[in-house]
Write a protein that binds this ligand. Sequence first.
Ligand code: ADP
Ligand code: ZN
Ligand code: MG
Length: 479
Amino acid sequence: MSKEYEVVIGLEVHVELNTKTKIFCGCSTAFGGAPNTHVCPVCSGMPGSLPVLNKGVVEKAIAVGLATHCDITRNSKFDRKNYFYPDNPQNYQISQLYYPICRNGYVAIKDANGEEKHVRIHEIHMEEDAGKLVHDAFTDETYVDFNRSGVPLIEIVSEPDMRSADEVIAYLEGLRETIQYLDASDCKLNEGSMRADVNLSIREKGTEEFGTRTESKNLNSFRAIKRCIENEVNRQIDLLESGEKVVQETRRWDDEKGYSYPMRSKEDAQDYRYFPDPDLVPISVSEEWIEEIRGRQPEMRAEKIERYKEEYQLPDYDIDQLTGEKKLADLFEGAVAAGADPKKASNWLMTETMRLMKETNTDASNLRFSAENLAELIALVDAKEINGAVAKEVFEKAVFSDNLSPVQYVKDNNLSTKADDGVLSEVVDKAIAANPKAVEDIRNGKGKAIGAIVGFVMKEMKGKCDPATVNKMISEKLN
Ligand code: ADP
Ligand code: ZN
Ligand code: MG
């Protein structure tokens, strides 16, 4: 009889903080500049240069710690993690080993039975990111770009509390949502602003002791994480079932090929020779500072959900969708503040916006239209200035353009579908005269036949009228 196993998973998650400047110098953290344009002596590791800590990084790290129920370390400091690698210009990374800024928190998730479960956070520490190596396959040369060197990171280390791939995804979604709400990072796995390393082991169900774990790297989507976990669980169970041992090692997941391979084993684990960084003074966090940061924490998702129920009486489904992305919630609230009806604003965001994001394979961070633009569009439809079909057309244009005003756009492109009532009335008369069969059907109780007359009018008017108005006019004339 084959044994029953339990999966044990702990995550190390790196998140790039979105401060304007790097952690120890004034260089820009902007993503994607020309290589080596966001560099200075500090972040390119020049001898004699001195790091100066960016206060904003500490504040964002504390904000994340507070939102994940951590204790904030009152006396924290930085340590050097020494290793040689070409993307690491100082030959050490400034990190926190002994006194991380936050400890002992948790993220609440739902387990397989729908029960609330706390995935504990062991610590959150601050550190600097490394540069990037770019390999040119054509010339077989490797280049180094230090733009990312010194970009602030927090590393969030969980306890080994997760028991399935679904719990891992729930934990990561919880973290991402919290950090996005705090405006501390955009948390994009595909761009590397959020990166998760998965530590995984297997044990016989009912036993206390943990099995030997592996660590999987290079996971840049939730899908890749899920597939990697499933693959690694099977690999470890196969090893145990055939009497072999799991080797403690770091493995790399190839998502295209769907398999993993060892990167390095514990035998070649590096000795980082950590020691306190002598160039940086300890960080003293006062109670007042913590309270100041706590006082600035924004409304988080759970609070928003409650408020939306009270204030807007939206269906639970709408609320769930809108609050799932901070950006959508912001657009929604902005549009309502600019006068839009809540349910109408919600509909545009849930249906058209989500459809367009899916079609163009983008996420909410790429939406360009403003809340005011959305409110304007809704007002145009309400005033029957444009019909639904034209509104969708305008929205498609506006959604990824900076500040495109629907009013202006409709005017510039002559898209108004507001028909002169006199003209419309004449066309409706003409349509009725031209469709005697439909008229007869309607009179005989076949309500659907009105479609033919409406279609005739829409065609005559070249789409520039409101179908509902046409419908009403026809019914009135036939009565
Ligand atoms: P190291 O010091 O080797 O980096 P840590 O104790 O800091 O190891 O753990 C790193 C990560 O691995 C943590 O997220 C932790 O929860 C997880 N972890 C530790 N032991 C196990 C295990 N046996 N199975 C699964 N995950 C584990
Ligand atoms: Zn710099
Ligand atoms: Mg560790």
